[in-house]
Design a protein around this ligand. Structure first.
Ligand code: BES
Ligand code: ZN
Length: 455
């Protein structure tokens, strides 16, 4: 172990310069304008896989963005095989004007690296790449078998990865999956995440008159898509955070007394939380704690809304069109397809006939919960303790990694969620960052982890 830890200590600059390189690539998956960058990023990873000595490296083309695979399987059949999964795609950068430095020009301030994808998920995939490099460059081999798969569509719902997993069962079959794409509970509180929320993502499109109309001439006699949309949205959820869609809560498993107690042990500083987000009041369902509201209860949120005049000054019209994008976070045992259907039926039920209302489902993923007594979790506990010097905590997270359930269903393997981001590092927002302390400690954690698993 000493050799490994020393290599990691002596190679911080190399670790950082590769992180900077991958962060310069604008691999935004939701916009065809970045197709070239997506391919460049896949190629960059392929090159790294080669440099660190993986085998069977291949870029698999899909109907969407490419999947990059590599493995090292020479540890022998008596040693475990882990599949490391991550994503090289990132969320869009808007609103761009709020970035202090450009999103694809990584910049270090206060020992944090600022760039889109810094923690979600490029910083975290580099942790694994650099840990493998450390083994290969020092001892020349790994004590366990490793398969590595990185996709480019996680941020848009992993549309093509499910099919790929089904078609490549032998290639991907493994004992455990390891994913670093979650957060630590707080600074110096290394965490093992045992649950993720699922998601159903919907869009409503409303069409009224053939084109925008003079609101003086037609107002009062022709219904207004923006007004209709506002009315529909107001009926989705009440002021107390209760979702009003018929049947929405039918399959929700209530939070157990035991879990409620566990959550209460985690510190939650209301003042700091409000101050950091510059909000004056907390929000959410009565009788649930903030941790519960944000990890273990379902939600419904508008992500974006459009319709009518958005420019400076005034314009007097009845808009022809309006629309909204809505995400619902789901908890066990809610099913994303069923929720999409309930949502559609409900919106249709409350829509007037004066306009055309179209509802479409954009993507979905099931919630995930892991058992806490797998050998991988035990190895992770020991490794986090060694790297951070403190006991890890167990958390649930409110975000989603849809493919985790597909891994379980098709490969039959559980996932260890070993995340090194911090909750206030602005994933998906402007000025996303990643703490370099956690980058280096993350690498040490994985070095220990690989060693622990081999025992
Ligand atoms: N890294 C996140 C998942 C995550 C977010 C875990 C917050 C824990 C806390 C991941 O990259 C992500 O953002 N996933 C999307 C999935 C969606 C687009 C299907 C998400 O949760 O919005
Ligand atoms: Zn993300």
């Amino acid at each position: 172990m000493e050799k490994l830890i020393n290599y990691a200590k002596d190679n911080k600059e190399n670790f950082l310069s590769d992180l900077v390189e991958i962060l310069k690539i604008a691999s935004v998956s939701n916009n065809p304008d970045f197709q070239k960058d997506m391919n460049e990023c896949a190629k960059w990873i392929e090159k790294k896989f080669n440099e660190i000595g993986l085998n069977n490296i291949k870029i698999y083309e899909t109907e969407g963005h490419p999947i990059v695979y590599g493995d090292w399987l020479k540890a022998g059949a008596d040693k475990p095989t882990i599949l490391i999964y991550g994503h090289y795609d990132v969320q869009p950068t808007d609103p761009i004007e709020l970035w202090e430095t450009p999103p694809f020009e990584p910049t270090i301030r206060n020992n944090k690296i600022y760039a889109r994808g810094a923690n979600d998920d490029k910083g975290q995939i580099m942790i694994h790449i650099k840990s493998i490099e450390t083994y290969m460059k020092t001892v020349g081999k790994l004590p366990i078998n490793i398969k590595f798969i990185l996709e480019g569509e996680e941020e848009i719902g992993s549309k093509h990865l499910g099919k790929f997993i089904k078609e490549h069962y032998d290639l991907l079959k493994c004992d455990y999956i390891v994913i670093s794409d979650t957060s630590m509970y707080d600074e110096n509180m290394p965490s093992i995440c045992y649950g993720l929320r699922g998601i159903t993502y919907m869009q409503i499109d409303i069409t009224g008159p053939v084109n925008d109309l003079h609101s003086g001439s037609y107002g009062g006699g022709v219904d207004n898509p923006v007004n209709v949309l506002a009315t529909i949205i107001s009926k989705l959820k009440n002021e107390k955070g209760k979702i009003l869609i018929d049947g929405f809560y039918d399959d929700v498993i209530p939070i157990s007394e035991k879990e409620h107690k566990e959550f209460n042990r985690l510190p939650f500083n209301e003042g700091k939380f409000k101050q950091e987000l510059k909000i004056s009041e907390l929000y959410g369902e009565e009788s649930y704690t903030m941790v519960e509201r944000m990890t273990s209860r379902p939600t419904l949120d508008c992500n974006g809304i459009w319709g009518g005049y958005q420019g400076d000054g005034t314009k007097t019209i009845i808009p022809s069109k309006a629309g909204v994008k809505i995400s619902m976070r789901l908890v066990p045992e809610q099913d994303p397809d069923n929720i999409a259907k309930l949502f559609t039926d409900y919106v249709k039920k409350i829509s007037p006939n004066t306009v055309k209302v179209e509802v479409s489902a954009l993507h979905g993923g099931k919630p995930y919960s892991a058992s806490l007594d797998s050998p991988a979790i035990k190895a992770a506990i020991v490794s986090l303790k060694k790297a951070y010097g403190v006991e890890p905590v167990y958390t649930k997270e409110g975000g989603s990694i849809p493919i985790v359930n597909t891994f379980k269903e098709i490969l039959g393997a559980d996932t260890l969620l070993l995340g090194f981001a911090l909750p206030n590092e602005n994933a998906h927002g402007p000025n996303e960052s990643f703490d370099l302390n956690n980058y280096y400690k993350g690498i040490n954690t994985v070095l220990y982890f690989i060693n622990e698993l081999s025992k």
